[in-house]
Design a protein around this ligand. Structure first.
Ligand SMILES: [Zn+2]
Length: 436
């Protein structure tokens, strides 16, 4: 989840309550048209007049904002005492100041901002805010002046009723240009977010538009008042712990989504090196009369705690990533295998999955995400496409290449399945709940 930074949100505008969260959602926009007589929206055909006009205006805004942002930063830096120690932080003055400078630049360079004064204001304010935030570090030489690039998002102010619903589609009008929101497969459930804005449950904040690789994106900043209504309980994140990687994730809402977290290789290597050092120091000679024993014990103690610390840190890192993914995809439920008393293959038995599960539970609770446990039987062997249980997975694949990629072919429906993802996906879709 991206917590939006100073680029789009100003602390002076958005006052966050204790439980509030501001997140950004990236939604693709398609160029649209508005028929004034029929009061209907439509998507523009590629290369029709509206389409061309919209692109022309967007490119112009993109270019102009980039010029103004850079020049304003430089001018503010040169002209004002914004960098000096005794700078009086007068918000009103400074905002006006940045905007005045921006207007001057527009005039001098004969930039066309006609009809887009509001954007100019946002660009200048952003630049000024960024400069203010960086001030200390610029002064100490740790940072240089912000350098805006041409693809940087174009900021705009929040609107009261930003979206118009037509049939099941949503449209937005920005700077007199019309766009249709394109959700695609909507793996992160952006439609849900828009609906919540419609119902006034979420607040639309100052957002921006980004042009990237010939596509237009709305970087929508949303303030969510209560963390509990943020998640969709029907979106389940399945977590397969420790077969080839510490954690493999799948979403029931999106079969294309797959993510592996961590690496056993790095983990074991680091642990082994600590263990070796530990053994070496245990073996080392202690002087005849016991001299140096104290020193040696100290060292052993230190190494033993170093290993423990490393494991703890690693667990925290992986489990945090699991929660971050759940947040990112709006998943209100995390599904884990109940491995109690179950004889899983080597990887799972000898690896502290219990610690991981406990940490996931603790972290999920903070966000109001449910954690449920499902039956671990056959999660790896069941084909997620047809449901057939393939006994003896290891014999199914004699193909070396496929074994390397950990793939197998279902003997019933001939689907090629990635072993880790298939297991995680089965967990995400499982309804065989078990109490823990
Ligand atoms: Zn199958």
């Amino acid at each position: 989840m991206d917590i939006i930074s100073t680029y789009c949100i100003f602390k002076t505008i958005v006052k966050l309550n204790k439980n509030d969260m501001v997140v950004t959602r990236k939604i693709q926009l398609l160029i649209g048209d508005y028929d004034k007589t029929n009061k209907t929206y439509s998507v523009s055909e590629k290369n029709d007049d509206v389409y061309k006009y919209t692109w022309k205006e967007l490119n112009k805004l993109n270019y102009n904002s980039f010029i103004v942002a850079n020049k304003t930063t430089t001018e503010l830096y040169k002209n004002t005492n914004a960098l000096s120690e005794n700078f009086v932080d007068n918000k009103e003055n400074k905002r006006d100041n940045a905007y005045r400078i921006g207007l001057k630049i527009v005039e001098e360079l004969k930039l066309d901002f006609e009809g887009y004064k509001e954007i100019l204001n946002c660009v200048c304010r952003n630049a000024s805010q960024k400069l203010k935030n960086d001030r200390k570090e610029i002064r100490s030489g740790k940072r240089t002046l912000a350098n805006y690039k041409i693809g940087n998002p174009i900021p705009f102010q929040s609107q009261n009723k930003p979206f118009v619903k037509q049939n099941s589609d949503y449209y937005i009008t920005l700077f007199k240009l019309h766009f249709k929101l394109h959700f695609g497969r909507d793996g992160s459930n952006n439609r849900h977010v828009i609906e919540q804005i419609e119902k006034n449950n979420y607040k639309f904040c100052d957002s921006s538009i980004q042009i990237k690789n010939g596509k237009i994106f709305l970087l929508l900043a949303v303030q969510m008042p209560d963390k509990n209504i943020l998640f969709d309980k029907n979106i389940c994140l399945g977590v397969d712990l420790g077969m080839s990687v510490p954690a493999y994730l799948a979403l029931n809402s999106n079969p294309k989504y797959r993510k592996s977290l961590g690496s056993f290789n790095d983990y074991t290597k680091r642990r082994l090196s600590i263990q070796n050092a530990y053994e070496r120091s245990q073996r080392s000679d202690v002087g005849f009369n016991g001299k140096g024993r104290k020193q040696k014990n100290k060292k052993i103690e230190r190494l033993s705690s170093a290993e423990k610390n490393y494991c703890r840190t690693y667990e925290h890192r992986i489990t945090k990533m699991v929660i971050d993914e759940a947040l990112k995809y709006n998943a209100g439920t995390i599904k884990l295998e109940n491995l109690k008393g179950y004889n899983k293959p080597f990887g799972k038995r000898n690896w502290g999955y219990h610690e991981y599960q406990t940490k996931i539970q603790q972290k999920a609770q903070k966000y109001g995400i449910d954690v449920v446990f499902v039956d671990p039987r056959n999660t790896s062997k069941t084909c997620s496409t047809c449901g057939c249980v393939n006994e003896d997975l290891d014999c199914l694949n004699k193909n070396k290449q496929m074994n390397k990629k950990r793939e197998w072919v279902c003997k019933n429906c001939s689907t090629t399945l990635q072993r880790d993802w298939n297991a995680a996906y089965n967990i995400a879709n499982s309804t065989k709940y078990l109490e823990k």
